[in-house]
Ligand binder design. Structure first.
Ligand SMILES: Nc1ncnc2c1ncn2[C@@H]1O[C@H](COP(=O)(O)OP(=O)(O)OP(=O)(O)O)[C@@H](O)[C@H]1O
Length: 241
């Protein structure tokens, strides 16, 4: 059996009458950043939603830390210390940044009781969180919202962080901040699975890579190997490059 923290084996997902995932095999090793790449419509978001139990796998198996989670509810999956930041980020626009973070803290009913040390660390990772602490989150830029969304996901310590397209629409300076924050999260022991369209972002951050096409993983390996092989990139990702 593989030693991966998260492992999908032959996962199929139907959405209504549509057969979207056709046997996804994917391994997310402990302590690494794994990039999930692929053209639009390849099935990346559907894979993340299936991991989180937001879509039910119709076939196959999903294991997390050696436990079968295929049939668990989304709250039960989240309780295993898996955090998911969807593409729309799920930020509450009318609430302040602080209130957004508070909502995610299971153990603290007010900011004073939030783990101060952890909060300081999160503010250091994501300066926008500190800067806009008492501002309505809806007033922030796209990049700042993305930071709040990831910060919120890690208010509680996590074993696995899953983020759908963290670099989408972000300015280069914010992208650098985001890369730095993910690298430091990894260094703190969090395993990370990121869906990306931005190959430059993926190359800078990825340890492992899986490329999807047509509801399947069609390539899996080390990110550095794919980064060094332009022909392979071209054949797997085509114009997405
Ligand atoms: N709710 C839904 N109902 C029907 N089809 C869907 C639904 N959600 C996704 N699909 C279809 O499933 C396929 C995979 O979509 P998915 O969003 O997983 O792809 P993706 O790789 O994340 O692409 P993108 O980068 O465009 O988000 C697409 O053909 C899409 O049209």
């Amino acid at each position: 059996m593989s030693n991966a923290l998260l492992e999908l084996q032959g996962v199929h997902t139907h959405i209504g009458a549509y057969h979207i995932l056709h046997g996804v095999d994917l391994a997310v090793p402990r302590g690494e950043v794994t990039m999930l790449l692929g053209r639009n419509g390849a099935g990346k978001t559907t894979t993340l939603r299936t991991i989180m139990g937001l879509w039910q796998a119709s076939q196959g198996r999903i294991r997390f830390a050696q436990q079968d989670i295929t049939r668990l509810s989304t709250p039960a999956i989240a309780r295993l210390n898996i955090a998911y930041v969807p593409e729309n980020m799920g930020i509450f626009a009318d609430l302040t940044v602080k209130e957004n973070l508070l909502l995610a803290a299971r153990s603290a009913s007010n900011a004073a009781r939030m783990d101060r040390q952890r909060l300081d660390w999160i503010c250091e990772l994501f300066p926008a969180v500190q800067k806009f602490w008492d501002h309505p989150a809806g007033k922030l830029s796209g990049g700042q919202k993305q930071m709040v969304a990831v910060a919120r996901a890690i208010v509680e310590p996590r074993d696995l962080l899953i983020v759908d397209e963290p670099s989408k629409g972000l300015a280069p300076a914010i992208i650098n901040n985001m890369i730095d924050a993910f690298a430091r999260l990894k260094a703190s022991g969090v395993s990370i699975l990121l869906v990306e369209q931005n190959i430059a972002f993926a190359k800078r951050l990825g340890d492992g890579v899986a490329v999807m096409d047509n509801g399947r993983v069609v390539h899996a390996g080390r990110m550095a190997d794919l980064a060094a092989d332009e022909e392979l990139q071209q054949s797997l990702l085509g114009l997405a490059l």
